[in-house]
Ligand binder design. Structure first.
Ligand code: PGA
Length: 245
């Protein structure tokens, strides 16, 4: 995949909301665009609850374990069973609110890979870490989980500065360009081919075109603005226009 614009419903939504969304979200009925996907990471109970058409359906998390005696865990095998196309790993809410470690994100990525669910690793620094000049250090620490991938494996990375998530304040285009350039060169140095680099953090129709115009931005991970079908469709359209897709 070259470019991805994906929504993340987090712990929001129910069957009725998904039904309305899928009826109203025009890209669901669109023919596939080569190298591009839009889609939605929904709560587990909604993954198999609707027809996503040509859009992808994803999970927001996955178990770090194999199937077995792990009460309450949803394994990667179960995601495949539900027809899940992609899985998010290491979202900042999981790292910071649930205490998820780099070792856990590594195991989760490995499980997705093994089960052919497209893995997306989320990385990003807190405001304090940024102020201390530790952006690159933090990104490298979190990127360590990628060592489960060989250079031929397909996966994406979402850069989501913690201070821009759910705050309404997106990172500036210059901040995003700098972080994405660092991620691209780091991944290139490790021998990976094209890894889609998504930006996440208060993406909305008002800033989507400007952020999509950045060369090293190959997609978005959209939280709040993906809850409304028309708003999310606007972001998808603005992204495609900016990239000439
Ligand atoms: P936001 O969330 O768009 O609501 O800031 C982004 C995310 O957490 O993926």
């Amino acid at each position: 995949m070259k470019c991805l614009v994906l929504g993340n419903w987090k712990s929001n939504g129910d069957a009725a909301a998904l039904k309305t969304f899928l009826a109203d979200f025009a890209p669901v009925k669109r023919a596939l665009i080569d190298g591009y996907r839009t889609g939605l990471a929904v709560p587990y109970h909604l993954i198999a609850a609707g027809d996503f058409g040509s859009a992808w359906v994803g999970a927001q998390n996955v178990s770090a374990f194999q199937p077995g005696a792990f009460t309450g865990e949803i394994s990667a095998q179960m995601l495949t069973d539900m027809g899940t196309n992609f899985g998010l790993v290491g979202h900042s809410e999981r790292r910071h609110l649930m205490g998820e470690s780099v070792a856990q994100t590594r195991d989760k990525l490995a499980n997705l890979k093994e089960n052919q669910v497209y893995p997306i690793l989320c990385v990003g620094e807190t405001l304090d870490e940024r102020k201390q000049g530790r952006l690159h250090e933090i990104l490298l620490e979190q990127l360590a989980a990628l060592d489960v991938f060989g250079t031929a494996d397909a996966f994406a990375v979402a850069y989501e500065p913690v201070w821009a998530i759910g705050t309404g304040v997106a990172a500036t285009a210059a901040d995003v360009a700098e972080a994405h350039r660092f991620l691209r060169t780091t991944l290139q140095e490790r021998g990976y081919g094209h890894v889609p680099l998504m930006y996440g953090g208060s993406v909305k129709p008002a800033n989507a075109a400007e952020l999509a115009a950045i060369d090293d931005v190959h997609g978005f991970l959209v939280g709040g603005a993906s809850l409304d079908a028309a708003t999310f469709a606007d972001i998808d359209r603005l992204f495609l226009e900016a990239k000439g897709l």
